[in-house]
Structures are given as C-alpha cells and as structure tokens.
Design a binder for this molecule. Structure first.
Ligand SMILES: C[S@@+](CC[C@H](N)C(=O)[O-])C[C@H]1O[C@@H](n2cnc3c(N)ncnc32)[C@H](O)[C@@H]1O
Length: 410
C-alpha cells in the first residue's frame, strides 16, 4: 500500500497532525487485516467487528501494538494520568467498601499504563489498609507488560500483591471491581434510524478497497429493542421528527452490557465502581444528538471519522449508564450510587487530600490547582464523566455519593 497520508477531508487541515510514514505503514497493515476480515465475511462486517479489529487485532490494533496512547505524548489523557488525586479518592472509597464488607481483593479491569493501580496501592498503604491482593485483567499484552514494569519500578515492595488474570475470575468471586474508561473502549454497534425504518451500520469496501458504510435492516433482536427505545424516548420528548428527513445515528454497547452481566454472574459478594464519560438513556438518545457520540482521538485531536488511520487512532463512544444499571440489576447487582466525577471527588476525599497544600510552594500548588480544575470543572471532566457504584451482598453507602446521587435518573 502507498505510504501517503490516507484520503481524508478534515485531516488535511493545517492544524491536524500529519502521520509519519511509519504510522501510515502500520495503519496499512491494520487495514489489510480488516480488509481480509471483510472479504472472508462475504463483503461486510458489523461496525463492532471493525472497531474490535482496529483497536484490538493482536499485535496490530491500537491498544495491542505498543503505541504510546496515554498522556501528553499519546492521543488522549485519562484522569489517573492527570493527577494522583483521582486514584487517591478511589482508594479512599475502596477502603470504605473494605471496611463495610470485609473484602480484601481489588480487581482492576483495563489498567492502561498501570498508574491508577500504583497510586491506589500507595494511598491504601498510607492509610494502613492494603488489600491482600490487587488483580489486573488487561486485554492488551503490551499494556500488561508495561503495567508489570511500572509496578516493579515504582512500588517493588508491593509487587507480590499484584496478579494478572487472562480472564474474569471464576465464580464465586468476592472483591471490588474497579475500572476507569474501560467501557468506552469496548467496540459498539452503530444504528441508523431513518423515518420509520431502523438499520444497523456495517463496514464494506468500495472499488478502491476503501472502507464505506453499508446499512442493512437490524437482525439482532437486542438492537431492535434498543431502536424501539430510542423512538420511544423521541416520542416522549414530542420531537420524533425534529428535522424532517434527518437520519438519527447512535451507538449501542452490547459488550458493556454483557460485561457487567458477567461480573454479576461471577460475584458472590462485592462491589463494582466504574468511571467513564456518558449519559443516562434520555440524554444519550436525545433527539438533538442525531450524530451519536462516536469519537476518534489522534494526537490530542478529536474528529469523527473511524475509517481514518485504523490502528493508529483511538475510537470510542460514550456510555449509556442506564443500560449499564439495567443490565446489572437484571443479573443480580444493586445500584448503590450514580454521580458526576466532580461530585464524587469533592465528597470522596479531594477536600481532605488537598487541605494541607502549601501555597508558598508555588509550583506544586499551581500544578495541583490545574489538575483539580481538569478533574472537576463542568467544562472539563467534572460533569461529562460519571461514577456508578453497584454491589452484591451487603448494600453499600459511600461518602463519595453523599453530595449528589443521581441514581433515580437512570
Ligand atoms: C481507554 S483505556 C483506559 C486505561 C486506564 N484505565 C486509564 O484510565 O488510563 C482502556 C483500557 O481497557 C483495556 N481493555 C479494553 N477492553 C478490555 C477487556 N475486555 N478486558 C480488559 N481490558 C480491556 C485496554 O487495553 C486499555 O488498557
């Protein structure tokens, strides 16, 4: 394949970073892998299958191929990479759960660079509340490797408490499951509602072997049910046809719903604490959100073309927390709290953790203030990011949900 920048519209703009020849060559390999999948499937694959290959094709996909993804040198930045305060607040809530339940196992799923695990364990050590074990389930072999090195490097004295899993633990699992920005990285199905018809979006190839959309009537019953739910929400807002002729595109994260159900299945007693960006169903499927929430990140530039540089850019969709709560409750978990990241952090320890900051130490003080703003301001991560708490066995009550609990909106 040619080592020229791929065909693109917005990406040709002056400010959009131009990929290196190496990046294009790598992306071409990923593209070949996806083309082979399309051809062997008879001409098209679901968008979920496309996203799965672009992100996770072994050794090739965005998360699997050893790229620098997180932080300033990567494509996007997550809360634990912004500030240790985020993980310290999570640690404080985990300590409350351990005290209320007697549990002593943490399981982090999708641990990225490993920094959240390190900061949580350091905070729990400071509070003399270390769990017996900290399990990590990470899909990407490359990231797992990086997590192991970071833990050996930063907290060697705690390394023996860490264990990496290849799959969810067997039932009965007793412990606390935590994940930051895991669910938004799971591949989604795309739907297009057009008038009274509902389609699922597939990925096919044009004559030049470029990716194109191919839509077909929905076959998967769960997707049909959700298409009906979207229409019901639009009807209830009395704006079914807000803009005549305007199609409505949205995402459905069946994998996230299945994931929470499988956690419920293995859990005997425990808690699940998830942080991610997203909305309740009524906000998610609001008529005005007619382009959906699918987003791509390339070197801190955001755009909406998932066919651009497959394997080199992140592809993500917001989380429908109503679907997560519903799937969880249907499989035996209890909803114990739902709030914004800002409320969670402010009520969950941020104030206490920063009380003794010394304003005379100007550099540290200013930097910490910047981090807190990023984590909590409504126009940064404060409102878009939400935290949901689910439990099995003993009901839980955490300080972090005591400022505001929006559970009834789910
Ligand atoms: C957006 S990153 C977030 C990383 C980290 N939690 C953070 O906040 O910086 C998503 C992470 O989830 C991992 N991941 C995706 N699907 C997974 C799955 N099914 N099981 C375990 N890890 C998964 C990815 O490899 C990656 O580490």
């Amino acid at each position: 394949m040619p080592t020229e920048p791929p065909r693109s519209s917005k990406k040709a703009s002056d400010t959009f970073p131009q990929p290196s020849a190496e990046a294009i060559a790598h992306s071409n390999k990923v593209k070949e892998r996806i083309i082979a999948a399309i051809e062997s499937a008879g001409g098209k694959i679901s968008f979920e299958a496309y996203m799965n290959l672009a992100l996770y094709a072994p050794g090739l996909g965005y998360y699997s191929a050893g790229l620098k993804k997180f932080g300033r040198l990567g494509d996007f930045i997550t809360a634990p990479e912004i500030s240790p305060l985020f993980s310290q607040c999570l640690a404080i809530q985990c300590r409350h759960i351990m005290q209320q339940s007697g549990l002593s196992t943490l399981l982090e799923v999708g641990a990225g660079s490993g920094i959240m695990a390190i900061d949580i364990m350091q905070e729990l050590e400071r509070q003399d509340s270390l769990p017996e074990q900290y399990l990590i389930l990470e899909l990407s072999a490359d990231l797992r490797d990086r997590q192991q090195k970071a833990i050996e490097d930063k907290i060697p004295h705690l390394a023996s408490r860490f264990h990496w899993l290849d799959q969810l633990p067997a039932r009965p699992f007793n412990g606390i499951v935590i994940a930051n920005e895991l669910l938004d990285a799971l591949p989604v199905h795309l739907l297009r509602l057009s008038g009274t018809q509902s389609f699922e979006r597939f990925v096919a190839l044009d004559k030049e072997q470029e990716f194109i959309w191919q839509d077909q009537s929905i076959e998967e019953p769960r997707l049909n049910t959700i298409a009906d739910e979207v229409r019901d929400i639009h009807l209830s807002m009395q704006t079914l046809n807000d803009k005549p002729g305007q199609d409505y595109i949205t995402e459905v994260n069946l994998l996230a719903m299945d994931w929470i159900s499988s956690i419920a299945d293995i859990m005997e007693q425990g808690a699940v604490l998830l942080v991610d960006y997203g909305y309740t169903a009524r906000e998610y499927y609001h008529p005005q959100r007619f382009m959906g929430t699918l987003m791509c990140h390339y070197q801190h530039h955001r755009h909406d073309d998932p066919f651009y540089l497959p394997g080199m850019q992140d592809i993500t969709a917001h989380i429908n927390f109503s679907h997560i709560a519903r799937s969880a409750e249907a499989t035996g978990l209890t909803l114990c709290g739902f709030t914004t990241q800002a409320h969670f952090l402010m009520a969950g320890g941020l104030v206490e953790l920063t009380r003794d900051l010394d304003p005379e130490d100007v550099v540290h003080f200013t930097e910490t203030a910047r981090q807190i703003k990023m984590l909590t301001l409504p126009e940064e991560m404060g409102e878009l990011f939400k935290v949901i708490l689910l439990a099995k066995g003993k009901p839980l009550s955490l300080p972090a949900f005591q400022f505001q609990d929006f559970s009834q909106r789910l």
